[in-house]
Design a protein around this ligand. Structure first.
Ligand code: SAH
Length: 454
């Protein structure tokens, strides 16, 4: 039987894909169907037929899964953010736990691996401290929302249920600022229009808010008008303009200008206070971040005499979280502004045994090693693409007693674990998934490796 586009088929969903989409088969042909769940029987309209797999859209759920939920968010099903809101939270956790395990087995090539029970949230909504909204034009005017899965089609959403309830008020103020001043939203096709993105950051402990407008111009002329709209909103301590005139899909440009208030917001994780500036990375789920960092500390099992390298350190959060229990911590991070924040954060918290370096981890750490710095414990928390291969090889020659690898992508984690364990000098001791991103398909993992034959 051949599969035809625009035809309707009844299929059983048997698996779940990496983006949380259901997978079913029609006579052996694989079809990806968003918003479906394993064990469900569904009617699908075939949208796209490729050589080895295709895509379908669910038009009727004949037999629903017992784990199916009615998503509370108005944009669910369309928005590319929460692709799992139709699945009960406990089942989301099971699926993520299994995803980590399967990746380590399939990609990492490890046979039998124990994965510790995933650490979930008690209340999996309103957890994000940061929101990034693309601003686009549509026939009714300005559209502020999120991209749909795998595309740059924006879905209107002013009150994202995993974000702060404050955001709606801020977005509405910016919308009226744009209307009153005849300011156009950016158009990706033509490269015209001024406002590209709105970034809102909120310190969940301090309540301090930063609003950053990413604009398609080298100068921003309506500072006064924007400030007048925002400065009365409770919590806002920083208004920043970021300039991005490049025709690409990178959100932020290189230059920022603070037009009102501070260049940063402050927030707390545990006992520590952090300054966070617009371009710096800061974990988006503060409740889970505390649990994640506590696991890193537990796995490192510090005695006070250790030298630690924290690669991909951002604003120094993990470095400073560990410094109190170690002899010395060296943090390495590619973004200059983040390293400036890291140095200030060390001072702010009276931590004197942490030193920070700006540059690529794969360039800086070899230099540190040549200068005689060899870590007892190597901590790394790379972006989704994982670690540079040369860095992994260097780690094998530095021979730290422990490696604590924090990962936001279990596929690249598994690839890197395969390299780190290839010489049999390191063994995986613990794998701990942490749900930092409920309702999305993302899962964080902390992994402890220990040096054998010490
Ligand atoms: N450990 C930090 C940040 C983790 S996110 C925290 O928990 O907050 C990953 C960080 O790696 C980002 O700050 C990013 O800017 C940085 N980064 C990306 N590529 C890098 C590289 N090649 N070398 C060093 N840092 C890099």
């Amino acid at each position: 039987m051949s599969i035809n586009k625009n035809e309707i088929y009844t299929i059983k969903i048997t698996d779940i894909g990496t983006h949380g989409e259901g997978i079913g088969k029609i006579n052996g042909y694989t079809l990806f169907v968003k918003n479906t769940l394993p064990e469900e029987e569904v009617k699908v309209l075939v949208l796209k037929v490729g050589k080895s797999y295709g895509y379908g859209k669910v038009i009727e759920i004949i037999k629903p899964s017992p784990y199916r939920m009615t998503p509370p968010c108005e944009a669910a099903g369309k928005c590319g953010g929460c692709t799992m809101q139709h699945i009960s939270y406990t089942q989301q956790l099971c699926l993520k736990q299994n995803k980590v395990k399967q990746n380590i087995i399939r990609i990492g090539g490890f046979k039998d691996i124990d994965v510790l029970p995933i650490i979930g949230m008690e209340d999996p909504f309103r957890y994000r401290n940061k929101a990034q909204y693309p601003v686009t034009k549509d026939k009714n005017g300005i559209k502020i929302g999120f991209y749909s899965l795998g595309s740059h089609k924006a879905i209107e959403c002013n009150d994202c249920l995993i974000g702060s309830s404050k955001n709606e008020e801020i977005l509405s103020a910016i919308k009226s600022f744009m209307k009153e001043n005849n300011i156009a939203a950016y158009d990706e096709e033509t490269g015209k229009g001024l406002v590209r993105h709105i970034l809102i950051r909120e310190g969940s402990y301090t309540g301090e808010i930063m609003v950053c407008l990413v604009i398609n111009a080298a100068r921003f002329k309506q500072k006064k008008e924007l400030i007048a709209k925002l400065d009365k909103i409770n919590g806002i301590v920083s208004i920043v303009i970021n300039f991005n005139t490049k025709k690409n899909n990178v959100i932020m440009g290189e230059r920022c200008e603070t037009i009102w208030g501070n260049d940063y917001i402050t927030d707390k994780i545990g006992e520590l206070t952090f300054k966070i500036s617009a371009p710096s990375f800061f974990q988006v789920n503060p409740i889970q971040t505390y649990k994640l960092y506590s696991k890193v500390l537990e796995f490192a099992n510090l005695k006070g005499s250790e030298t630690i390298i924290d690669a991909y350190c951002g604003i120094g959060t993990i470095s400073l979280f560990l410094a109190g229990n170690a002899k010395k911590v060296y943090g390495v991070e590619i973004i200059d502004a983040a390293i400036e924040n890291a140095k200030e954060n060390a001072k702010l918290n009276n931590i004197e045994n942490a030193e920070f370096f700006a540059g690529k981890a794969e360039n800086i750490i070899p230099t540190l090693y040549k200068e005689g710095i060899s870590p007892d414990i190597m901590v790394m928390d790379p972006p989704r693409k994982g670690c540079d291969k040369s860095l992994l090889e260097l780690i094998l020659s530095m021979k730290p007693k422990k490696i604590v690898y924090v990962s936001c992508d279990s596929a690249t984690l598994s690839r890197d674990l395969k390299i780190l364990c290839s010489t049999d000098e390191y063994k995986i001791e613990k794998v701990q998934p942490v749900d930092m991103f409920p309702h999305t398909y993302h899962v964080e993992t902390v992994c402890l490796l220990s040096k054998q034959n010490l």
